[in-house]
Ligand binder design. Structure first.
Ligand SMILES: NC(=O)c1ccc[n+]([C@@H]2O[C@H](COP(=O)([O-])OP(=O)(O)OC[C@H]3O[C@@H](n4cnc5c(N)ncnc54)[C@H](OP(=O)(O)O)[C@@H]3O)[C@@H](O)[C@H]2O)c1
Length: 298
């Protein structure tokens, strides 16, 4: 039995569906059962619980051989934060998995470090360090930004003219990866005992700017410039919102960092390790999303 904490999310859903389709029994930990209605298969068991509650976590972990942590607290419902989910929630999951003698696959971010300007990256680093010091067999999978997540976010900001909103200048090259390819890597890692006690960095085949992704995604088409929230407004948002809307302040601060630090990545090493791992291009991901939308509307 494999537990996927975060099995209702972008990455988790994809992984759970792949595992179940291959006949592997998989348990999904979610705070709200209704978020898992798209995960229907006799191989899937849904368990309600919160990674902030140790007894919920132990109940979900008991009887499993592998625990995949695909949770995060950067944004989302329930008053989550990187400290409470990415650091503390992951510590609780890791400790429960050690007691259950399970292997742990931890989802982290490329660039996680204790001195990173973003809290999320510092909290992922704290979880990584807790895991490396634990008695469990483990693999850490660090990923660059998920294309599907960013495309979703961009589409939500579309105005009446079909233009999307870019937070910041949007001219910094960033590596984006398809969540489906990351799910394929986790599947490989689960089955590969040679990947234990290793940290694997995963990213997509292209580095591109937020502005070019927005232009490719927006209904207005690639020849129309997307709208932008200027860095000065992001700076103000990150300060003004902090006392009463932490999530929005975090998002503004993150947009500023994404606009400035080196977010490029070369997937050559992960490709060399798993040569048949798919690395889908952004244009293929965008075309796939459009096809799915057409089929759903037909
Ligand atoms: N998105 C990216 O660009 C990106 C890049 C690199 C790495 N990652 C990592 O990849 C993993 C998956 O990210 P994603 O974007 O696919 O996530 P997502 O779609 O935003 O979903 C977040 C998941 O976290 C779960 N979760 C949050 N708080 C929880 C809590 N207190 N108790 C139990 N579950 C909780 C949610 O479950 P319920 O709401 O059902 O409870 C949901 O399944 C995360 O570890 C993330 O840090 C993401």
């Amino acid at each position: 039995m494999i537990l996927v904490a975060g099995g209702t999310g972008h990455l988790g859903s994809c992984l759970v569906q792949r595992l179940a389709a291959g006949g592997t029994p998989v348990r999904v930990l979610t705070r709200v059962r209704a978020r898992a209605t798209h995960l229907h298969s006799p191989a899937i068991e849904i368990v309600e619980g919160d990674v902030r509650v140790a007894s919920d976590v132990q109940r979900a972990v008991d009887g499993t051989q592998v625990v995949v942590s695909a949770v995060h607290g950067f944004a989302g419902p329930g008053g989550v934060s990187p400290a409470s989910i990415d650091r503390e929630g992951n510590r609780t999951l890791i400790d429960a998995a050690v007691r259950a003698h399970a292997t742990i696959i931890l989802m982290s971010v490329v660039g996680a470090a204790s001195d990173h300007p973003l809290e999320l990256f510092r909290m992922k680093d704290a979880a990584e360090r807790h895991l490396r010091a634990s008695a469990a067999p483990w693999t850490i999978v660090r990923s660059t930004a998920f294309l599907e997540t960013w495309i979703d976010l961009m589409v939500q900001t579309t105005d009446r003219s079909g233009r999307v909103l870019v937070f910041g200048r949007g001219d910094n090259p960033i590596n984006f990866v398809s969540v489906r390819d990351v799910a394929r890597l986790i599947e490989r890692v689960i089955a590969d005992p040679g990947a234990r006690m290793e940290t694997l960095d995963m990213g997509g085949p292209v580095n591109m700017t937020m502005t070019s992704l927005a232009s490719a995604v927006q209904r207005a088409g690639p020849d129309v410039a997307p709208r932008h929230v200027p860095p000065s407004a992001l700076r103000a948002m990150s300060l003004v919102f902090r006392p009463f809307w932490a999530e929005r302040a975090r998002q503004a601060a993150a947009a500023l960092v994404l606009d400035t630090i080196d977010m490029r990545f070369d997937p050559a090493a992960i490709r060399a390790r798993y040569p048949d791992l798919p690395l889908t291009s952004p244009s293929d991901v965008i075309a796939g999303i459009a096809r799915e939308k057409d089929q759903a509307g037909a």
